[in-house]
Design a protein around this ligand. Structure first.
Ligand code: NAD
Length: 472
């Protein structure tokens, strides 16, 4: 019988690309053998990730240089070493994480005991983004393995050198019956999304996040969405200005030249303090990146010409271009944009309407620093929000009143490196969290188990019912 157009399109797509159904079937078969559940298998795979990173450090750094001109120091600190630390910590803690949690029971079930047993979900799909293409691909895989799952990784096609290196290294170092890499773009990802997974973890923008969630809904598959947003930095005047400035700079331009989900997107400070802050930022920027930052080897380039045009559009909007107080230099041939600061851009400008994800940093001003909270809370909930202050009351109010995926006081981006904290968004910045034990939990089902014995059987529970039994 003739198939519907929708089915034909789906079939053709899968055949044209690869057999996504067969891939998932193979992984399910591997999962069903039970091997991924064993502690030994999990530890061996995690050790293989460390070995993969150690043996191929130079190649990884080279791939990141090709994809983003990422400085070697940054590649090591924020991709390779974070991944290795995540593996080491997981190996150290895994035995404990795998143990059931004993929990109390209620008198209703007396005598009984109860526990929560973590079990793997099954077969996981991980779709990752281009900006930290090594870390964001393998760190979710660490969680999937730790929890005892099989998994497919689909790295971003916008970082092609890292994507093909990941394919090669995962094939060489890991158990390929249970862990696989599929390279590709929309077509391949669409074919993967048509399959039934036990969890999908997606890192990227909210537009595609909606596509992922809709595809997952067809199979009632749970999702972990690591999305983005506009991360604000509130700067009070009661600060160590030099330290604050350097931390803002390294968290913005030292994080992939602003192409990071938790990089500061905009600053809020008082009208009175803005000139002092701007002067300090300018002076420190020159110390970090020299007089001609377009030539600095310590700044990543913009990932591709589409993103270069997108950022240029934000910068060149009529009502914004005159607000540049520092930088604003571009070199299209090298896809480079210099660290750029803008002051008092209008609320309705493009730059204040969408996530910047690049080296532009607008500063908006308020009368009183406390007014910042309302500005943040009137927008979509960000992935991270930052505050620089020595004022205890202000810190308390910030924690109490600002909703964001995570908060960090007196620094920027570093909360990402603390494995005991859940890393994830809220509202439009994402759903679910990972890192450390949170990754283990994200890829496990916490199965409640109640144990009873044949003692203490209460006759009142059984029919025939009577008023007398209710009064017991
Ligand atoms: P991207 O372009 O690499 O896309 C991410 C993934 O989505 C890729 O693997 C890509 O192949 C896939 N994809 C793209 N279009 C698709 C479609 N139509 N259907 C199915 N899959 C599709 O990355 P991006 O979205 O440009 O990444 C930047 C965004 O990611 C920013 O918003 C940033 O804040 C966010 N981000 C979040 C985190 C986090 O941990 N929360 C980390 C990094 C980036």
């Amino acid at each position: 019988p003739p198939q519907s157009e929708e089915h034909m399109a789906a079939d053709d797509r899968q055949k044209a690309v690869f057999d996504a159904a067969a891939l998932v079937k193979d992984l399910r078969a591997a999962f069903s053998t039970g091997k991924t559940r064993s502690y030994q298998w999990r530890v061996k795979q995690l050790q293989s990730i460390i070995k993969l990173a150690d043996d191929h450090e130079t190649e990884i750094i080279d791939a990141l240089r090709q994809d983003l001109s990422k400085p070697e120091f940054e590649s090591y600190i924020s991709e390779i070493s974070l991944l290795k630390a995540s593996c080491t910590n997981t190996i150290k803690e895994l035995h404990n994480w795998m143990k059931p949690d004993k929990v109390k029971t209620s008198v209703t079930v007396f005598p009984a005991s109860a526990e929560i047993v973590p079990e793997p979900l099954g077969v996981i799909l991980v779709i990752s983004a281009w900006n930290y293409p090594f870390l964001l691909s393998l760190q979710p895989i660490v969680g999937a393995i730790a929890a005892g799952n099989a998994a497919v990784l689909k790295p971003s096609e916008l970082a092609p050198a890292t994507s093909s290196l990941l394919l090669k290294l995962v094939e060489r170092y890991m158990d390929n019956s249970a862990i696989k890499v599929v390279e590709g773009a929309v077509e391949e990802t669409t074919a993967l999304l048509e399959q039934k997974w036990d969890k999908i973890m997606y890192t990227g923008n909210g537009r595609v996040g909606r596509i992922i969630m809709a595809a997952a809904a067809k199979h009632l598959t749970p999702v972990l969405l690591e999305l983005g947003g506009k991360c604000p930095v509130i700067v009070d005047s009661q600060i160590n200005l030099k330290v604050a400035t350097r931390r803002i700079i390294v968290g913005k331009w030292g994080c992939n030249n602003g192409q990071a989900c938790i990089a500061p997107d905009y600053i809020i400070t008082t009208k009175e303090y803005a000139p002092t802050l701007i002067d300090a930022l300018k002076a420190e920027l020159e110390k970090c990146y020299g007089k001609d930052p377009l030539e600095s080897k310590d700044l990543s380039r913009i990932v591709n010409s589409n993103h270069f045009s997108r950022l240029s559009k934000l910068l060149d909007e009529d009502k914004v271009s005159s607000m540049v107080v520092h930088g604003g230099l571009k070199d299209k041939s090298q896809l480079k944009i210099s660290p750029t600061i803008l002051l008092d851009v209008p609320e309705d400008s493009l730059i204040m309407s969408e996530e910047i994800f690049g080296p532009l940093l607008p500063i908006i001003t308020v009368e009183k620093v406390e007014d910042s909270f309302d500005i943040i809370n009137s927008r979509s909930k960000p992935l991270a929000a930052y505050l620089f202050t020595n004022n205890k009351k202000l810190k308390e109010n910030f924690v109490k009143s600002v909703s964001a995926g995570g908060l960090l006081i007196n620094d920027v981006a570093l909360h990402l490196a603390v494995d005991t904290l859940p890393f994830g968004g809220v509202g439009e910045s994402g759903t679910g969290a990972y890192h450390g034990k949170h990754s283990f939990d994200a890829f496990s089902h916490r199965k409640g188990v109640l144990y009873r014995s044949f003692f203490g059987d209460a006759p009142a529970r059984y029919p025939p019912y009577s008023q007398g039994k209710l009064n017991l």
